[in-house]
Design a protein around this ligand. Structure first.
Ligand code: NDP
Length: 317
């Protein structure tokens, strides 16, 4: 039986999981710090209920949320493994930190290039990592804004874990140009250097960096603007980029979905620029994680994307 519990578990619970666990079936979890706001449990537990209709074995599965501080990550990963958790999602601040605890020789091929994992799957030896944010972004751009990144000029805001995944996805899809703007320079310099070394950079793609405070006049017109900064998470946050100061974009996508309309998206709407928030990305990265966890050797089981989307929308309203 699935209950979309909003309980936030901690490391102390994990240390005593056999006594704390409310269900005995296979367990999945999202871990972050903070984590209370996460909609992943609502989304995944709704998906598991739906999957149970055709596959009764999922009736006993449950998805939890854990508040794990960065200094607790290693111990928590070992305990999740000992307690037979089948899969984990990672969110701020763990996506890059987790890389040092994965055996990179067996990891998914783009993981090293991105340098950040949002999904782990249990193996007998440890954790196998993957980044499904890339797929989530492409799916959301396609479904919400009819954008295919191939041949597009992209202005990407941010240089954190989500921006790294977005940048690799843009390069992998051979965008015409990728302009990455960030608040501070150090992370941006490292990202550009990593991307130049990456096998995903096609010789036809122009790669540039800029400061968010001082966007250059030669940014491309009709670009796809993607916000991968966390500026906008608070309703009072200003926009990371004033769209009036750059050539008018063709589309604006904000990875943030709560609040549903950030200052950036509000301005895009006022300027009549097609725009979308990160809800569809959340759902599609989640669907890709779930399909990876439940995959069987002879059968791909599709995640119920519509049900997941509906569950998240209901939780937001
Ligand atoms: P990180 O902490 O790794 O990166 C944060 C980024 O935001 C950095 O580039 C940082 O710049 C920038 N930033 C933070 N505060 C400010 C500020 N006040 N002004 C300007 N820039 C700022 O986070 P993630 O990359 O993991 O996540 C980024 C965003 O994407 C979050 O809002 C997250 O919720 C969202 N996200 C959404 C997903 C979805 O499915 N919809 C999936 C993944 C992420 P600096 O380097 O200068 O510190």
């Amino acid at each position: 039986m699935h209950v979309a519990t909003e309980t936030v578990y901690k490391l102390a619970h994990l240390k005593n999981w056999s006594n704390c666990r409310p269900f005995n079936g296979p367990a999945l979890a999202v871990i972050g710090h903070p984590i209370a706001h996460s909609l992943s449990p609502v989304m995944h537990n709704a998906a598991l209920v739906e999957l149970t209709k055709a596959h009764p074995r999922f009736a006993e599965w449950h998805y939890f949320k854990f508040d794990i501080a960065p200094e607790e990550l290693k111990e928590a990963l070992d305990l999740f493994h000992q307690n037979n958790f089948l899969g984990l999602n990672l969110t701020v601040p763990h996506k890059a930190l987790v890389m040092e605890y994965l055996d990179l020789s067996i990891q998914h091929k783009f993981l090293r290039e991105i340098g950040a994992a949002n999904t782990l799957k249990r193996t007998n030896k440890g954790w196998h990592g993957k980044n499904t944010d890339r797929f989530g972004l492409s799916s959301a751009l396609h479904n919400e804004l009819h954008v295919d990144l191939n041949g597009k000029d992209v202005i990407l805001l941010g240089a954190g874990g989500a921006a790294r995944a977005a940048a690799i996805e843009c390069l992998h899809n051979e965008c015409a140009s990728l302009w990455i703007g960030n608040r501070s320079d150090p992370a941006l310099v490292i990202l550009l250097s990593d991307l130049k070394k990456s096998g995903s950079l096609a010789s036809t793609t122009q790669l540039e960096k800029f400061s968010l405070d001082n966007p250059p006049p030669n940014l491309p017109a009709r670009a796809v603007v993607i916000n991968a900064t966390s500026l906008g998470l608070k309703p009072s946050d200003k926009s990371p980029l004033n769209l009036v100061n750059i050539p008018t974009p063709a589309q604006v996508f904000d990875m943030i979905y709560r609040p549903q309309q950030t200052a950036l998206l509000r301005q895009a709407s006022e300027m009549k620029i097609p725009n979308a928030n990160g809800l569809s990305m959340l759902v599609h990265q989640g669907a890709a994680s779930l399909e990876w966890w439940i995959k069987e050797p002879q059968q791909v089981i599709h995640a119920p994307v519509e049900i997941m989307q509906r569950a998240v929308r209901a939780a937001l309203n």
